[in-house]
Write a protein that binds this ligand. Structure first.
Ligand code: ADP
Ligand code: MG
Length: 435
């Protein structure tokens, strides 16, 4: 490969030779013209190549340029290679960048990147939803102009990010609880990580309510029991009075026992999240047991009708099914005034679902209460529930058992007329052999 100086020297020599030959044949002017012509040809070629290069640069296609020959090829070839490599590097970095963005977008948490002045450099879709932001619109805006909650502004101004900040009633429907924390990175930049803790907060509130309810439910019979004990200690009672007090104390102890038993049942059901096993349960046999218990509980105050319209069995956990059915029947008896009637039915409905229903002629339940009936300790008639030995946990237990059997608890009730509680089992849980 010849260096540029040697090429220059060669062209100059060629110009001289052309000039010299022209001088010896034609004259001085022709000699000058010949020499200039020899010098001009490479110059024109250079201009042509420069023009092509300019066009390629303008159209961003340097790497696709057809290579000229000679010295220009030596310039263009490395230039093309350089451009090609740079473009490849840019593409790799771009793809990495896209992957990072995709990963951040896939995060279930909100992510906001703030610069050293707390301007939003980037945020993901989740954080847009959490704070009602729009990245295209809000990019490079100060975050405290967009998230206007005073506690957030104070948190940001404090510059003390060791602890997270809980923001409640966030989101468009003000129903989100968000846990937010800033993490410093790079040059005075901050990463804001935001987690939706709504469910956790709800679970926490439910747990606190539950503990408060249990304590309250336990405290009442204990207080009553202690009152009786004190009375018996301080008063000189005769045998009949003593027996009366013992009976009343026994009733309170029973109440505590039922409560603890129901709590344990509920706890066991909650731990067991797997579907119930598939043992065949003979409903007519179960109904005979229920009838006995019902009559003992009612003491002849109600009339009963027990109808097993199908001999098909349910596939499930017998102990649980008996507990669920028993709860519904005992509710019907306890809430239905004397002389009322209770009808218990088992059958297969036209769609093939197994239905166990308990209908009573009791006071019924106002529709506003229906959605909450299966909540733990929710009672419509608090005093009647307590007086009849209710714990407020029966329907919560029924609901859990229904879930474990993929069954539905359907409550139909007309205030003043009566209620029907139905457990509807899916076809898969009905034993077809005995249909
Ligand atoms: N058959 C029914 N008729 C009227 N109200 C009922 C009936 N069954 C349940 N309820 C209402 O639903 C509430 C919740 O029932 P449950 O969870 O079994 O608790 P409880 O121990 O109080 O019976 C009861 O307190 C009662 O107010
Ligand atoms: Mg009950």
């Amino acid at each position: 490969m010849l260096s540029v100086y040697i090429r220059f020297l060669l062209i100059t020599c060629l110009a001289f030779i052309a000039g010299y030959i022209s001088l010896s044949h034609w004259g001085a002017i022709q000699a000058i013209i010949s020499a200039i012509a020899v010098l001009t040809i490479p110059l024109i070629y250079s201009y042509i190549n420069l023009a092509r290069l300019r066009k390629s640069v303008m159209t961003d296609s340097v790497e696709n340029m057809v290579l000229p020959s000679g010295y220009w090829e030596e310039v263009f070839f490395p230039l093309q290679k350089l451009v090609r490599n740079l473009k490849l590097q840019i593409r790799t970095v771009q793809q990495q960048h896209i992957r990072f963005i995709e990963a951040f977008q896939a995060s279930p948490n909100g992510i906001l990147m703030l610069d050293d002045q707390d301007h939003i450099e980037w945020c993901n879709a989740i954080s847009e939803r959490f704070f009602g932001l729009n990245f295209k619109r809000d990019a490079m805006q100060r975050v405290n102009f967009l998230i206007r909650r005073p506690e957030f502004i104070a948190y940001l101004n404090q510059r003390h990010f060791d602890e997270p900040l809980l923001l409640e009633r966030m989101g468009t429907d003000s129903n989100l609880s968000l846990m937010l924390q800033a993490f410093p990175f790079g040059n005075k930049r901050h990463l804001l990580l935001v987690q939706d803790v709504t469910d956790l907060q709800k679970a926490d509130a439910m747990r606190r309510d539950f503990v408060a309810n249990v304590s309250h439910e336990m405290r009442t019979p204990i207080t009553v029991l202690m009152g009786f004990l004190e009375t018996m200690q301080s008063l000189d009672l005769d045998k009949t009075q003593q027996n009366q007090y013992f009976e009343m104390m026994m009733a309170q102890a029973h109440r505590m026992k039922s409560l603890v038993e129901d709590l344990l049942t509920l706890a066991n059901l909650e731990v067991n999240t797997s579907p119930a096993s598939l043992q065949p349960i003979q409903i007519p046999t179960l109904m005979a047991l229920l009838k006995n218990d019902a009559q003992a509980l009612s003491q002849g105050r109600h009339t009963f009708q027990f109808e097993a319209l199908s001999s098909s069995s349910v596939m499930g956990e017998e102990r649980e099914i008996l507990s669920a059915f028993g709860n519904l029947v005992s509710n019907a008896i306890r809430y239905t005034p004397d002389e009322g009637s209770v009808t218990v039915k088992w059958g297969i409905n036209p769609e093939g679902y197994g239905e166990f229903s308990v209908a009573d002629t009791g006071p019924g339940i106002d529709s506003e209460h229906l959605p909450r009936l299966t909540e733990r300790f929710y009672r419509v008639d608090r005093s009647r529930s307590r007086d009849t030995g209710g714990t407020g946990l029966g329907l919560a237990i029924v609901k859990h058992i229904a879930n474990r059997h993929q069954a539905q608890l359907i409550i139909e009730s007309i205030a003043g007329k009566g209620s029907t509680f139905t457990l509807r089992f899916p076809k898969e849980r009905i034993n077809p052999l005995e249909n």
